[in-house]
Design a protein around this ligand. Structure first.
Ligand code: ZN
Ligand code: ZN
Ligand code: ZN
Length: 157
């Protein structure tokens, strides 16, 4: 929610409306500045205020304590589900409540399309940050040797 009378700490102009990036992060730009998509530069005041990601209530229960789960995002744009009773106290640097959390993993869907490199089937992958790509179903990750295996075809959508 935008606080109406918030002003830019740089130039004193009121802040603009809250907008959302593709990855679901919210921000407010200074109303004295505007983004020029052609030059890919900010014109006028370049102040941007990032808003904290608001946890989204989920229709899922915590497997540990039965409280509802919430979806939240880390500073590094990774999404995770955590127990709504969990909270972080920045003063004492300790977590309280239930400690259940689960990283949101990429979602993989099978496609009826062939890989242009090796003719295997392609799969569509949606990353936890909401990006989608097509990749070869033969590709994998060798956890022991920490190397990618199989065909390396990738197409970002
Ligand atoms: Zn400003
Ligand atoms: Zn819990
Ligand atoms: Zn392939």
């Amino acid at each position: 929610m935008a606080e109406k009378n918030e002003v830019c700490p740089k130039c004193g102009a009121p802040l603009g409306d809250v907008t959302e990036t593709k990855t679901g992060k919210k921000l407010q730009r200074c109303s004295a500045g505007s983004w020029n998509a052609e030059t890919r530069q900010t014109e006028g005041c370049d102040f941007v205020k990032w808003l904290p990601y608001e946890p989204e209530a989920l229709d899922e229960k915590c497997p540990k304590c039965g409280a509802p789960l919430v979806m939240t995002m880390t500073r590094f744009n990774k999404k995770m589900k955590k127990c709504s009773t969990n909270s972080w106290d920045p003063k004492t640097k300790t977590a309280s409540g239930c400690d259940f959390f689960e990283w949101v993993k990429a979602v993989t869907e099978e496609l009826d399309e062939d890989c242009p490199k090796c003719q295997s089937k392609l799969v569509k992958v949606t990353t936890p940050t909401g990006k989608t790509m097509k990749k070869c179903s033969t590709s994998g990750w060798d956890k022991v040797n920490r190397v990618a295996t199989g065909c390396n075809y990738i197409e970002w959508l």
